[in-house]
Design a protein around this ligand. Structure first.
Ligand code: 3HC
Length: 289
């Protein structure tokens, strides 16, 4: 496989494009508009620039990585890609439309993968041109830093498809874990109940926001406290995945904490809106309760 296409140039898509280019792949990066993909390339340039200034990468290498990333405004150039990774908004209707459109140009041997965090792979495979060549590849944020990919097979995903994704994961230096096509796969099945429980604890007055976060960072050695991490992921995303766990299992233990629902209703979605459990408008985050 020489080239990889990434559809969706948000934080995840940009990260996937970056690590793919660093591994030597030619990368096509697209979004709803060419300008969005071009801005994502600028962002990647800044990330690589920081690596150069920290002497973690030399200037020539950073330039070569950046040259391998080609922002595109349409899907036609992706016809040559061996792997197409969809990393668009977590909405099934949007993803299905993408699969339908990119399916028209997808190479006959190419694999189509979705970076979904919560939508069933077997169901989405129905919107792809070939369910045998459709698979889930769940990356983690920030992609250049996190060492994992969850690989999720649909009912029809072929062994050949799995092999191709495993080779790609090895090339970009990520460990693969295999998860069944079950709600939340592995990581979010475990993570979201913890974040949701932190929200229950906050709502019930067990402790303050900074104390809940300090308890988990210092008491459990997690790099971020759960409320900081929820803000980092996005509270709307946290609520969405929690609801998927709840509806997908029917188990009341997954019901969303009222305070999480409240924050989402307020539009306080975390870092991306400047306010969630913390307010990010100043030099340092300030708790909002
Ligand atoms: N892109 C590239 N590199 C980044 C980055 C980014 N967005 N953010 C941080 N980094 C790099 C920094 O450059 C630095 O690199 P260096 O060690 O080579 O200098 C390194 O990461 C550490 O960064 P910082 O020193 O700035 O900050 P921290 O030490 O506080 O680390 C963190 C930041 C890596 C984000 C760390 O806090 C962390 O690991 N947090 C937990 C993240 C996590 O749990 N992610 C999973 C979320 S769940 C998910 O994605 C699934 C979805 O479906 C919900």
């Amino acid at each position: 496989m020489q080239s990889v296409a990434v559809i969706g140039a948000g934080q995840m898509g940009a990260g996937i494009a970056q690590v793919s280019a660093q591994a030597g792949y030619q990368v096509f990066l697209s979004d709803v508009e060419l300008a969005v993909a071009e801005r994502a390339k600028d962002y990647i340039g800044n990330v690589l620039g920081r690596a150069v200034s920290k002497q973690k990468m030399d200037v020539q290498e950073a330039e070569n990585v950046l040259k391998r990333i080609q922002p595109v405004g349409e899907y036609e150039p992706m016809a040559t890609a061996g792997l197409v990774i969809e990393a668009a908004t977590e909405r099934e209707d949007i993803k299905r439309k993408i699969f339908d459109e990119v399916g028209k140009v997808l190479g006959h041997q190419a694999v189509l993968a979705s970076n979904t965090s919560s939508i069933p792979i077997t169901r989405m495979a129905q919107a792809s041109p070939d369910a045998e060549r459709f698979v889930g590849v769940h990356f983690f944020n920030p992609v250049p830093v996190m060492g994992l990919i969850e690989l999720i097979c649909g009912l029809a995903t072929s062994d050949e498809t799995v092999g191709k994704v495993e080779s790609y994961a090895a090339a970009i230096g990520k460990k693969v874990v295999h998860a069944n096509d079950a709600p939340g796969f592995i990581v979010n099945r475990i993570l979201l109940p913890m974040l949701n429980e932190a929200c229950f604890a906050l709502g019930e007055g067990v402790a303050t926001i900074p104390d809940i976060d300090a308890a988990v960072t210092l008491g459990l050695n997690h790099p971020m406290g759960p409320l900081t991490l929820a803000d980092f992921i996005g509270l709307d995303t946290c609520l969405h995945i929690t609801n998927v766990l709840y509806s997908g299992t029917g188990d009341p233990k997954f019901r969303a904490a009222p305070i999480l629902v409240k924050y989402v209703e307020a539009g306080w979605l975390g870092r991306k809106t400047g306010k969630g459990f913390y307010d990010y408008s100043g030099d340092a985050p300030v708790p909002t309760r």
